[in-house]
Design a protein around this ligand. Structure first.
Ligand code: HDE
Length: 729
């Protein structure tokens, strides 16, 4: 009899965890109330009389060893921590669902990709790849984007990243890479950022890293929000349909809110002001009902036609340009529920790129192959034994039948004496369970006969796609990449490492390398010196495209909305409220979140004597926590703000970080140090530099200011501004 036939497939529309009966049973434990007559108990279920005092020999005497309640509680506490993940340690997660747009039956037999009416529960964990659990959210890094689909055929994990390529081509180099990237082993520094000398030493000696470096040095390494970040499966996987036709597939996640990033100075400041910036953003959005969405996209190539790409599809340092093979959007995930307990869910979730379902298979990408045993191996230590699949967040929604038994923390009570197959003792008849209707079948591949420890010659092109990435960036994106190399390499103490790195960059683009070399005050880049080193490979493939718009964030900025964007409204006593209120209403109606910022909490009095509540102060919510600034009019209010260093700094800093600023009437005086003035403005509304709107309050009522303000915020940031380098923020 087939295993599948026995499965209870009644509810395919459930939300992960919530409807999972196993999960519910555990969750109930948290819903006790004293009103319901349930007090605290020990772990053995014994009601506790007192949770405030340990058992002592007299009120002021020593604590007694016989206090089993105290010992149980302290002992549990002492073992609360489990080893953090060796990589991707700092993360946050949420529940949601996946919805297919149209059947993928043509390409794959995976059940969750057949029927657009079925919603598949998912759990998603975002993470920073190299930082420890106590690192900050906004450090420059690639982010993990791991999705667990609780399908009716078992769990499928798509364990991807926020960038479409990876540093190294072969799994055997991964430990070296991570050792170079993590804090230096002798002094465990730097904390909460990637290492300097060790990482760049490695990077300069392993030029296959260069393409990924271009991504991490770009603003992609600094997402504004997980909700505004792309995800990628990175490796080529395989789709297999019912006829056993075979396709290569690359997975993409496209955020509905567009792809946006922070500025490097901003990211560093946020790391101090709010190290939880990204996880807070995700949490608060879901709590507020602004459920983040990403669309699932696939690039599909018939197996056998992959050579037409010109580069090796199995090389994880290569992407498939979207202009060559467009991404087909096939469905979406919506995250609509925060976790109930971080440890139980986000910390204990166990992903594995080897968790596949029928219809999806691996490719021979040597990096992916190396990942396949690592993840289970990691969980065995991290989650304390082989039964981590029984932890509620890891349980499949379909039943599990097998004869695996025992092990630490086993939850299932497998009854009877039969724990083997085939058998006759279970039911009195011969039972063989080695086949099922929709069993997982690995696609049969013809394998070569000789073993080798070599890479394919086609992996010897280390630079062509790094050049493609560079060529596809806008002017300001290129400036940011140069700045990032300058910053990171300036932190490197050993001059030879800087020079080696710059020599390598000459193979990406000479101008890029020369700009970095000049910023570092070192010799001009020497591409020949790089080419002379062991391990250097520049067997460049002539790419079919020289630029690809999808690689630039700037090329897509115009399409975004202002939904969930944060606007700071700067006030003091005497603020002119009516025009401000109208703008706040208009922005809120478009989905933005406006917060009133003042010198202190409490109220300020408006020009007409009404009270306006201050949400936050300048010091607790500085400009880096916002996307845009509104400075209302009011002579007295503006005069007060102009005397407050924090308020002036707020505006200057927002200006430097390219954020939209709208000043009404006298409010423009906060921008006077930047040289902008409303007096020069006969039209009563002007935009003296991108993203700065100066307006007469009378223009607010006819909607013109709202329109301009909204359009400017939707562009995310305005990098091409007057004098921003001169601003001391
Ligand atoms: Fe991972 N990776 N990885 N990785 N990885 C882990 O698994 C590993 C790689 C990725 O939110 C670990 O459970 C090896 C590429 C994400 O829980 C570990 C290699 C990509 C996450 C591990 C790679 C990833 C991990 C740490 C090279 C992008 C976080 C604990 C052969 C496609 C998942 C754990 C979560 C986590 C090993 C390379 C993504 C040690 C050996 C490439 C998103 O097993």
């Amino acid at each position: 009899m087939s295993l599948l036939a026995k499965r209870n497939v009644s509810n395919s529309r459930s939300t992960a965890g919530q409807e999972n009966p196993a999960f519910q049973k555990v969750a109930q434990l948290d819903t006790f109330t004293v009103e319901a007559g349930l007090g605290l108990t020990s772990n053995q279920g014994v009601q506790l009389a007192d949770n405030h005092n340990s058992l002592k020999a007299n009120d002021n005497g020593p604590t007694l060893v016989e206090d089993f309640i105290l010992r149980e509680k302290i002992s549990h506490f002492s073992h609360e921590r489990i080893p953090e993940r060796v990589v991707n340690a700092r993360g946050c997660g949420a529940h949601g669902f996946f919805k297919l747009y149209a059947s993928m039956v043509q390409y794959t037999s995976a059940a969750f990709l057949q029927d657009p009416d079925v919603e598949t529960p998912v759990f998603v964990r975002f993470s920073g790849a190299s930082g420890a659990q106590g690192s900050a959210d906004t450090v420059r890094d690639v982010r993990g984007f791991a999705v667990k689909f609780y399908t009716q055929e078992g769990n499928y994990d798509l364990v991807g990243n926020s960038m479409p390529v990876f540093y190294v081509q072969d799994a055997i180099k991964f430990p070296d890479l991570m050792h170079a990237l993590k804090p230096e082993p002798h002094n465990e520094m730097p904390q909460a950022s990637s290492a300097h000398d060790t990482f760049w030493d490695f990077a300069s000696l392993v030029p296959e890293v260069t393409h990924m470096l271009m991504w991490t040095m770009s603003d992609r390494g600094l997402p504004r929000s997980f909700r505004m970040m792309e995800g990628f499966g990175v490796h080529a996987f395989r789709f297999i349909n019912a006829r056993k036709d075979d396709f290569f597939v690359k997975f993409h996640w496209k955020p509905r809110l567009g792809v946006h990033s922070l500025d490097w100075d901003e990211a560093q400041k946020i790391a101090g002001k709010d190290p939880d910036f990204l996880r807070r953003d995700l949490w608060e959005s879901i709590e507020a009902g602004n459920f983040p969405e990403w669309e699932l996209g696939v690039q599909i190539i018939d197996a056998g036609r992959e050579d037409e790409l010109g580069f090796d599809i199995l090389d994880p340092t290569k992407l498939i340009p979207e202009s060559l093979i467009p991404v087909q959007i096939v469905g979406k995930i919506v995250l609509n529920r925060n976790v109930g307990n971080f440890f139980s869910e986000t910390e204990q979730v166990a992903f594995h790129p080897g968790n596949l379902v029928p219809g999806i298979d691996f490719s021979n990408d040597p990096l992916l192959q190396g990942r396949l045993f690592s993840y289970t191996d990691s969980q065995l230590t991290r989650l304390g034994g082989p039964n981590f699949h029984e932890i509620p967040i890891n349980r499949s929604v379909c039943p599990i039948h097998n004869y695996q038994r025992g092990g630490f923390h086993r939850q299932s009570i497998n009854k009877g004496r039969v724990a083997y197959e085939p058998n006759t003792l279970a039911n009195g008849i011969e039972l063989r369970l080695d086949g099922a209707v929709n069993e997982y079948q690995s696609q049969s591949n013809v394998l070569g006969t000789s073993k080798s420890r070599r890479r394919m010659h086609s992996f010897d092109d280390h630079f062509s796609q790094a050049t493609l990435f560079w060529n596809s960036q806008s002017v300001s994106e290129k400036d940011h990449i140069v700045e990032a190399f300058k910053f990171e390499l300036s932190k490197v103490d050993v001059p030879e490492i800087r020079q080696r790195m710059v020599d390598n960059l000459a193979h990406v683009d000479y101008k890029l390398a020369a700009r970095v070399a000049s910023a570092l005050g070192i010799n001009s880049p020497d591409s020949k010196a790089a080419a002379g080193r062991i391990g250097f490979r520049d067997h460049r493939i002539a790419l079919k495209v020289t630029e690809d718009a999808a690689l630039s964030m700037a090329s897509r900025a115009g399409a975004s909305s202002i939904k969930t964007r944060k606007i700071a409204v700067l006030v003091a006593d005497g603020v002119d409220a009516p025009a401000m209120r109208r703008l706040v209403l208009d922005m809120t109606a478009s989905g933005a979140i406006c917060k009133v910022i003042g010198w202190q909490l409490g109220n300020v009095a408006t020009l007409t004597g009404k009270q306006l509540t201050v949400d936050h102060t300048f010091s607790t919510m500085p400009s880096v926590m916002f996307d845009a600034v509104l400075i209302p009019g009011g002579e007295k209010s503006t005069a007060t703000l102009c005397r407050l260093g924090d308020a002036v700094h707020f505006v200057l800093e927002a200006y430097k970080h390219g954020k939209t600023i709208c000043a009404l009437n006298e409010g423009h005086e906060l921008l006077v140090t930047l040289g902008f003035s409303i007096e020069k403005n006969p039209e009563l509304i002007s935009v003296p530099t991108p993203g700065v709107i100066l307006a007469d309050a009378r223009k607010v009522l006819d909607g013109q200011v709202s329109e301009k303000f909204q359009a400017a915020i939707a562009l995310h940031r305005h990098w091409n501004r007057l004098n921003s380098d001169a601003v001391p923020a």
